[in-house]
Design a binder for this molecule. Structure first.
Ligand SMILES: C[S@@+](CC[C@H](N)C(=O)[O-])C[C@H]1O[C@@H](n2cnc3c(N)ncnc32)[C@H](O)[C@@H]1O
Length: 247
């Protein structure tokens, strides 16, 4: 089931304001150029920031996402007409259709079930042309990032801008189960005082698990970065940014 943060139009409408950083977008844009990818598929494209930027950079881009509310925002973005938008999941990827598949914004962690995740990798393999690449990131559970997720440090306040509503957001309780972290995201719209509380779960896979799953799906890891400046992955890296080549 897709998280309400992406399916509720009111929450989808504030996604870009809450996630305004460019560091991941810039890395994936540079990567698409370095790899010489003519056709790129952005799986879990959300509001389409990266997909539109890739298209503006000259790549042929398909953005795939199951959340209609996110795609509505993507389709309204300047340059959106250059992108092919698909409401769907990995199952809907066209076979042998692209040179690079990206999953950004920690989309890899929304697949809580391991068999579902392995299936996604198999579909990505099917969608790629031989020698094509898969790039995505996942947070390293060894650094236990959830221990730094709390109401005080996550509290953020957003003023009205571009006709958007003023709201506050923060993380409430965080529950840690085996390999899965579930947190409550709070959003309070200031004009009405309405508060939406949404539970989100993320799967934290260890580096070795991801490498084994990639290998089993027919990928060889060619790079593992530990930060958005492409620093080498180390024991203290919160991010694991994988680039893998399809056989
Ligand atoms: C955190 S957002 C990331 C969006 C975008 N990639 C970004 O970096 O801003 C996670 C996205 O994954 C999408 N998603 C959820 N379940 C999915 C699935 N089964 N297959 C593909 N995408 C999915 C959500 O709809 C949402 O747009």
């Amino acid at each position: 089931m897709v998280d309400r943060h992406y399916t509720d139009p009111r929450l989808a409408a504030i996604y870009d304001r809450e996630n305004a950083g460019r560091w991941d977008v810039d890395l994936y844009l540079a990567l698409a150029d370095e790899l010489g990818a003519a056709a790129v598929t952005d799986l879990g494209c959300g509001t389409g920031v990266l997909a539109c930027d890739l298209a503006a950079q000259g790549h042929e881009v398909t953005g795939v996402d199951p959340a209609a509310a996110m795609l509505d925002i993507a389709r309204a973005r300047p340059g959106a007409q250059r992108v092919t938008w698909v409401e769907g999941t990995a199952v809907d990827l066209a076979s042998a259709s692209c040179d690079l598949v990206v999953l950004t914004g920690h989309v890899a962690q929304v697949f809580l079930d391991d068999e579902e995740w392995r299936d996604v990798l198999r579909h990505v393999h099917r969608a790629l042309l031989p020698g094509g690449y898969l790039a995505f990131e996942s947070r390293d559970p060894a650094t236990r990032p959830w221990e730094r997720w709390d109401p005080a440090s996550s509290f953020a306040t957003f003023e009205p801008e571009d006709g958007g509503e003023a709201f506050d957001s923060w993380l409430g309780s965080v529950e840690v189960g085996p390999g899965i972290v579930t947190m409550l995201g709070h959003t309070r719209f200031r004009s009405s005082g309405e508060e939406i509380v949404t539970a989100s779960s993320l799967r934290f896979r260890a580096r070795e698990e991801i490498e084994a799953d990639l290998g089993a799906a027919g990928f060889a890891v060619c790079a593992l970065y530990g930060d958005w400046e492409k620093g080498a992955f180390s024991a203290t890296s919160e991010e694991m940014i994988f680039v893998a080549r399809r056989d």
